[in-house]
Design a protein around this ligand. Structure first.
Ligand SMILES: Nc1ncnc2c1ncn2[C@@H]1O[C@H](COP(=O)(O)OP(=O)(O)O)[C@@H](O)[C@H]1O
Ligand SMILES: [Mg+2]
Length: 388
């Protein structure tokens, strides 16, 4: 296009007024197209002439930089940031080329990271000014560091899972050797003393504790492979409560079951779901050291099943409630802090949600929502006229 205008320029004195007007209109159209393109891209562009006066600034640059722009104003006068001024002063006056210089700037109270490039503008083999173009790389940098963190965490988790796995085997061996040792000593009549059996018990307890930590950790970090089958939540809850009946009675806890008889079956992995409910009930029991009421209820609303596990125990403070699903958060002396982490993971793997409502001294309610699988609807194409 530029060639066309150059040619026209050479023949300008041969053109009549109408032709000159047409030429000008066409040139204005071209410039306006160019401006629209420059204003539409996500790169800030500034053009300076050889005296470092600003001759062009696109909209993106105006958004990116603290700039007081009017055509022809010296760049250093237009910029309102000391660090940028110092940078451009050095670069422009030495006519240096700069690629990907990163600078933090304050954009109307927001911290942004810019990558700035400065290249000499060459026209007809002569440097006629400078082209400055810049990109906002704040989000890109954040994504990169997020990805790096996720990768680090993933490799750390794999490493820790490997170590945990390696600890599990010798623990099993220690446990067996301990039993053998105890039996051998008993045979040789060497462990009749109370002290010896006390020591044995302490070692056993500690080994069990280590084993539980390792097993729980491995469960929390390993991907879960669910075997989904149609199952009856009500039946499962009744079994769990029956299993715990005597323990609850002894702890002075009244157990109420409010099960929705019309509850539809859902797809679930019963082993995991059982563990989730059991963890919640165990927590509820621990929250009522002086007894209380435990209510387990189910109901269904439209395409969801709801399970509620409600206790009248010590409740959870506002400060702690945001932490309870975090791994290793516990307020108990011998707690692992992994119970609710497992529950959360199990429910999420079942496409469900878990919520908690609690107030100190009032009790807590854990609510689970699970989707009911949609029955496939078979659409039969019907055509009165016969074959479709
Ligand atoms: N029903 C509940 N009532 C009061 N606090 C609870 C209840 N359930 C959980 N919590 C709090 O959440 C913490 C984490 O629970 P969990 O992950 O099961 O670990 P743990 O039971 O080993 O402490 C508990 O230590 C307790 O402070
Ligand atoms: Mg627990």
């Amino acid at each position: 296009m530029i060639k066309f205008y150059r040619r026209a320029l050479n023949k300008l004195d041969k053109l009549n007024t109408e032709q000159r007007r047409e030429l000008l209109v066409s040139a204005v159209g071209e410039i306006s197209l160019l401006e629209t393109v420059l204003d539409s891209i996500d790169v800030g562009i500034l053009v300076c002439d050889e005296k470092n006066n600003l001759v062009m600034v696109n909209k993106c640059a105006l958004r990116m930089l603290p700039l007081n722009y009017s055509e022809g104003i010296p760049l250093l006068q237009a910029i309102k940031d000391d660090e940028l001024i110092a940078f451009f002063k050095e670069i422009l006056f030495n006519r240096e080329k700069v690629i990907n210089w990163e600078i933090d700037i304050d954009q109307q109270g927001k911290d942004r990271l810019l990558s700035v490039n400065v290249v000499p503008l060459v026209q007809d083999r002569r440097i006629t000014g400078s082209l400055i173009y810049m990109e906002d790389i704040t989000e890109k940098r954040k994504d990169e560091s997020r990805l790096r963190r996720a990768e680090n965490l993933a490799s750390l988790t794999t490493l820790a899972a490997g170590v945990a796995h390696e600890i599990k085997n010798p623990l099993g061996s220690i446990s067996i050797q301990l039993q053998l040792l105890q039996k051998t000593l008993a045979k040789e009549n060497k462990s009749s003393g109370k002290k010896t059996s006390k020591y044995f018990n302490v070692i056993k307890q500690e080994v069990d504790r280590l084993n539980r930590i390792v097993v729980d950790f491995l469960f929390a970090v390993r991907p879960m492979s669910l075997e989904l089958r149609e199952g009856d939540i009500n039946k499962m809850i009744s079994q769990i409560m029956e299993f715990l009946r005597i323990e609850m009675e002894q702890a002075n806890i009244l157990c109420l079951l409010e099960l929705d008889e019309e509850l539809p079956k859902i797809l679930m992995d019963e082993r995991y779901m059982k563990q989730a409910i059991l963890n919640l009930v165990t927590n509820a029991r621990a929250a009522m050291p002086n007894g209380g009421v435990l209510t387990v209820a189910t109901n269904h609303v439209e395409d969801e099943i709801r399970i509620s596990i409600c206790d009248t125990g010590i409740g959870i403070s506002e400060e702690n409630i945001v932490k309870i699903f975090e791994p290793y958060f516990t307020t108990k002396e011998t707690g692992t802090g992994l119970g609710l982490t497992h529950v959360y993971k199990i429910i999420r793997e079942h496409q469900g949600e878990i919520m908690v409502d609690s107030a100190p001294e009032q009790g807590s309610e854990f609510k689970i929502i699970l989707p009911i699988p949609q029955k496939e609807t078979h659409m039969i194409a019907y055509n009165e006229g016969g074959a479709v």
